[in-house]
Design a protein around this ligand. Structure first.
Ligand SMILES: *[C@@H]1O[C@H](CO)[C@@H](O)[C@H](O)[C@H]1NC(C)=O
Ligand SMILES: *[C@@H]1O[C@H](CO)[C@@H](O)[C@H](O)[C@H]1NC(C)=O
Ligand SMILES: *[C@@H]1O[C@H](CO)[C@@H](O)[C@H](O)[C@H]1NC(C)=O
Ligand SMILES: *[C@@H]1O[C@H](CO)[C@@H](O)[C@H](O)[C@H]1NC(C)=O
Length: 386
């Protein structure tokens, strides 16, 4: 009889936990869907005061006006990028507050990767953005799932997130970037040939499946396969973060990459973001009145890094075709890709993201570096010698 009771109790508790988890997920989805209508309430509830000002600053209606009047020749960097290096001070209180708010939506330590225990080979996955398409968990992918979060218990004082904008070219920021405790890079961007400007140290790097196609010619020849392999091997021990289940179409490329990693026992720690991550990140920003369509890798990384990092420094974030002096800026520092975010078909809303990050920079929550690093040092030296 006591056994029956205990079983019943266990069943009840399990049910309760399941209900709570489902409720939690549903809430994020709902907030994502409804935040347009419940803007005010959400703002009161979730944003600390100075943050509310930031949200007002990035009011989407004013942005819409700006983007219709702004053309390619005149990016509105005047109000968004006054990053005087000497006036920035880190606001730890605000940074802690943001971390706490983000943790209400998801836990980056957990959602940074699906873990081995939660899936088995052959399991069907629905793509995050193409809900009607599915893929299977392959043997290789299963073998490369981590057993514990690759970011478990990691805390760093100063982190750098390196975006891929051409603004980094001739910046001489390499040394400064490499001086951070934890360095995040995006989309397997090349570093060797550009290390003076972008540095080369890497602790975590992302790899969209499309990178295999775009940057490594779909591994069509032995030469490209070797090049890809060399890039992976150069990561020695870093986290390789592969959003494999976002959009359909990349499964073959992911599989090729995983096969190479296993075949050559490449020393990387693979991670595959959870299926709820994107919705949760979008939900957080929507609730803060930042109406992004689909967060860029850079914004994703910032949102997650708040969990592991105290001071966050962003380099190579500049979504405009001209720099503050009016000189042309390449979209990527390493290839000839063109600006496309302005077209309505682009899933990203980069200028809006940039404006948001700029507002956070002004408040001291993060630091955006958009100038030359040597120059910043020179100015600081001048200030000290005065
Ligand atoms: C930016 O604004 C200031 C005044 O606030 C103006 O003097 C300056 O010319 C502007 N710069 C650009 C590039 O528009
Ligand atoms: C830092 O942020 C907190 C919380 O948003 C705010 O109350 C405080 O005034 C800020 N401190 C400075 C020096 O700006
Ligand atoms: C995925 O799983 C289904 C059902 O088990 C199977 O029919 C299909 O062949 C699998 N596809 C791949 C690519 O493994
Ligand atoms: C970087 O500097 C070199 C040498 O001064 C110059 O030729 C090149 O055009 C510069 N590139 C950019 C993107 O400013």
């Amino acid at each position: 009889m006591p056994l029956v009771l205990r079983t019943l109790l266990f069943g009840f508790v399990t049910l309760l936990v399941v209900v709570l988890i489902i409720d939690d997920i549903a809430e994020v989805e709902e907030e994502t869907a409804n935040s347009r209508h419940s803007k005010k309430m959400n703002l009161q509830r979730l944003i600390p005061k100075p943050h509310r000002k930031a949200a007002a600053h990035v009011d989407p209606t004013s942005l819409a006006r700006l983007s219709t009047t702004r053309n390619h020749q005149h990016p509105s960097y005047n109000n968004s990028a006054r990053h005087s290096p000497n006036s920035w001070t880190f606001n730890k209180t605000l940074s802690n507050l943001i971390r706490k708010n983000i943790l209400r939506f998801f836990d980056p330590e957990r959602d940074i990767s699906i873990l081995k225990g939660t899936l088995k080979p052959g399991d069907i996955i629905h793509y995050v953005f193409d809900r009607h398409s599915t893929t299977n968990i392959s043997e290789n992918l299963y073998r490369l799932l981590p057993t514990v979060s690759p970011m478990k218990n990691q805390h760093h004082r100063r982190c750098a997130i390196v975006g891929n904008s051409g603004i980094l070219l001739n910046s001489s920021c390499g040394h400064e970037i490499d001086s951070h405790d934890f360095i995040i890079r995006c989309n397997l961007a090349p570093v060797e040939e550009y290390s003076r400007d972008v540095g080369w140290q890497t602790n975590l790097v992302t790899m969209n499946p499309s990178v295999v196609q775009r940057a490594f010619q779909d591994l069509v020849s032995e030469e490209w396969r070797a090049r890809f392999l060399r890039r992976l091997q150069s990561l020695s021990g870093s986290v390789l973060w592969i959003p494999a289940f976002m959009a359909k179409g990349g499964e073959e490329r992911v599989e090729w990459a995983l096969r190479l990693i296993l075949l050559h026992t490449v020393d990387v720690r693979t991670a595959f973001p959870s299926l709820r991550l994107l919705h949760a990140v979008r939900g957080y920003w929507l609730t803060n009145n930042v109406h992004i369509k689909r967060p860029t890798t850079g914004l994703l990384m910032y949102t997650m890094a708040t969990r592991f990092c105290e001071e966050i420094h962003l380099y190579g974030f500049w979504p405009f075709p001209l720099d503050p002096q009016g000189k042309p800026v390449k979209y990527h520092y390493y290839d000839a890709l063109k600006y496309e975010y302005t077209s309505s078909s682009s899933p990203h809303t980069m200028p809006l993201e940039f404006r948001t990050l700029s507002a956070l920079h002004r408040q001291g929550a993060l630091r955006l570096h958009t100038g030359q690093c040597d120059m910043e040092r020179r100015q600081q030296n001048e200030l000290q010698s005065k």
